[in-house]
Structures are given as structure tokens and as C-alpha cells.
Ligand binder design. Structure first.
Ligand SMILES: NC(=O)c1ccc[n+]([C@@H]2O[C@H](COP(=O)([O-])OP(=O)(O)OC[C@H]3O[C@@H](n4cnc5c(N)ncnc54)[C@H](OP(=O)(O)O)[C@@H]3O)[C@@H](O)[C@H]2O)c1
Length: 277
């Protein structure tokens, strides 16, 4: 089960979101480094070839950890990072679309990950205070010099996506979407129609999915957990969805990967869709 990112990179549709591997409030280092390294290495040896991170996770510590755990990288590994958010403290995220900040984000991600080119660099948020053309100047430079191969956006509307595409090509959109939060249904369909990857963040609603009895019954029928059903539902929702569930648990990591084996029938899919809407 793969998606071809940018027509160049064959991605297994269940990847890994690394944000959980930081301190409280996504700030500072994760306490149990050994477990985090083991988790990242197990993800890769179990077939994950897409890891989502960001300059802002830690900040910096998440990219440093990924390098520590996985360098030298497997040839097919895509590390997708992001820039454009400033972190004053735990749980705090501030827009910063200033071109100098963005340029530094890109350069420092390259350094920390010890790579010559970022396969997927995502603009974490569009800063409403800075014209998007200005924010994207250093991104365009990095694309032109080969420091970035492909560009993605996060938490954008279709109109914003279209506006950015007038400046440079976009291969992915990462918006909040899961069984419980379905605000971006139109974006899932629009990106699918354009062969752009849709990467739902919080695919498990941060582990707080409010699930109906119907979904529990379907999970029992598949000998699966409701979390696995939530991921299987996303996989069936659209061919262009790449999953980045986050976890600190090896057991959950393996469970999440196994959700690729669950085949929901069309009627189960419809029931689940309705149950949560
Ligand atoms: N673009 C953005 O603005 C943005 C924002 C937030 C996140 N993200 C990305 O999205 C990724 C995923 O988000 P997330 O980690 O915050 O939320 P999530 O994947 O929706 O949920 C993670 C939570 O679910 C639990 N969990 C995972 N697998 C489970 C399983 N099989 N059974 C039971 N519980 C399970 C985890 O706990 P355990 O540790 O106990 O498994 C954790 O608390 C992040 O790593 C990050 O890369 C992007």
C-alpha cells in the first residue's frame, strides 16, 4: 500500500509522526531516549519509510533524535520536516513567516539531519502577518539550489493552496483530520483529484477518539482495536492519504502498522463514516 510522492518517492502509506518523541508540550528532549531510538529504528525495520518531524518539535531535539537513531539513512527513507513556527515554551506555537527565519529553519534542518537535500519541506503555518510570496522566497531558493526537493503545506484551505501553487509546486497538504474531526473533507477530495498527498495530523485525535458502539462492534469483527479501525478507515477514505500516527509505545507502533491489513467493507466504511459525523 503505497503513494507516489511528487511522482518520485514511493511511500508506504503508514508512516510515523515523531512529534511525541519530545518533552512535555513538545518542548525539549524526550526523557526516555533509549525507548525513542528503539522506536524509530523498529519503525524503519518494520517498513516505515516516511517520518514526519519539524524544526519546531523540541525545537530541534526531534530532528537531532532522528539523526541519532537513523543515520546513515536507508536509501528509500523520506524525512519530512517543517519550518515556520517559533517556540517560546512548552505548548506554545507562534507563527513566523519572516523570510530570514524560514531560511535559517531550512539551513538548520539540513545541518541537524545531516542531509544535503530535504525531500519534503512543509510550511508549518502560513503567517497572516507576512505576505506569502515573501515567506516563500527562501523556500523557492532552496528548491532551485536542490536543498529542498518537494514542498508541502500545513493547515491550509483550498484557496490558500491554489494561491501558493502560483508561486511554486506543492506535493502535500497536512491538515487536522481524523474520524472525529472532519472539517477538511473537501481538501481530502481536492488533493486526491490533483494527486497531491493528504497527510492528516492527529490521525488518532491524539488518542482521544470518541467512538460509538458500532465502531467497537466492527473492531471486534476484525479482531482489531478501535485505533486500528480508525487508521484503516483513513486508508480507505482516499488513496492519497499518508498516515503519521504518533506513539511512544512499541506495541502501539506495531498495532498501527498492522492496520494496513484490515480490509473494511464498503458498508462498514459507510457505517463508520456516519457513526462519527
Ligand atoms: N502539521 C501540524 O500542525 C501538526 C500538529 C500536530 C501533529 N502533527 C503531526 O502528526 C503526528 C501525529 O500526531 P499526534 O501524535 O499528536 O496524535 P495522534 O497520532 O492522533 O495520536 C497519538 C496518541 O495516540 C496514542 N496512540 C497511538 N497509537 C495508539 C494505539 N494503537 N492504541 C492506543 N493509543 C494509541 C498515543 O499514545 P501512546 O504513546 O501511548 O501510544 C498518543 O497519545 C505528529 O507526530 C506530528 O508529526 C502535525
Amino acid at each position: 500500500m503505497t503513494f507516489n510522492l511528487g511522482g518520485k518517492f514511493e511511500i508506504n502509506r503508514i508512516g510515523y509522526g515523531a512529534m511525541q518523541l519530545t518533552g512535555k508540550g513538545a518542548f525539549g528532549e524526550i526523557q526516555d531516549q533509549e525507548n525513542a531510538i528503539n522506536l524509530l529504528q523498529t519503525a524503519i525495520s518494520s517498513g516505515v519509510n516516511f517520518i514526519d518531524t519539524a524544526e519546531a518539535y523540541g525545537p530541534h531535539t526531534n530532528e537531532i533524535l532522528i539523526k541519532k537513531a537513523l543515520y546513515p539513512y536507508k536509501e528509500d527513507l523520506v524525512i519530512a520536516t517543517k519550518g515556520g513556527l517559533f517556540r517560546p515554551g512548552p505548548f506554545q506555537w507562534k507563527y513566523n513567516g519572516n523570510p530570514d527565519f524560514i531560511r535559517k529553519n531550512i539551513e538548520s534542518s539540513l545541518e541537524r539531519l545531516q542531509i544535503e537535500s530535504i525531500i519534503l519541506w512543509q510550511l508549518h503555518r502560513i503567517d497572516p502577518e507576512v505576505p506569502i510570496k515573501k515567506t516563500l522566497e527562501p523556500v523557492l531558493d532552496a528548491v532551485n539550489t536542490g536543498k529542498i526537493k518537494f514542498v508541502g503545506l500545513s493547515e491550509v484551505s483550498i484557496d490558500q493552496l491554489k494561491a501558493v501553487e502560483e508561486i511554486l509546486p506543492i506535493v502535500s497538504v497536512q491538515n487536522l483530520y481524523n474520524l472525529s474531526i472532519r472539517k477538511w473533507e473537501d481538501m481530502v477530495d481536492y488533493t486526491a483529484s490533483r494527486n497531491i498527498a493528504f497527510i492528516p495530523w492527529h490521525p488518532l485525535h491524539s488518542g482521544k477518539l470518541s467512538l460509538s458502539e458500532k465502531i467497537r462492534d466492527i473492531a471486534i469483527a476484525h479482531d482489531a482495536t478501535v485505533y486500528q479501525i480508525a487508521l484503516a478507515w483513513l486508508l480507505k477514505r482516499s488513496y492519497n492519504i499518508i498516515l503519521i500516527p504518533g506513539t511512544k509505545s512499541l506495541t502501539h507502533l506495531i498495532e498501527n502498522l498492522k492496520s494496513a491489513d484490515i480490509r473494511l467493507s464498503d458498508s462498514e466504511f459507510t457505517e463508520i463514516s456516519k457513526a462519527m459525523y
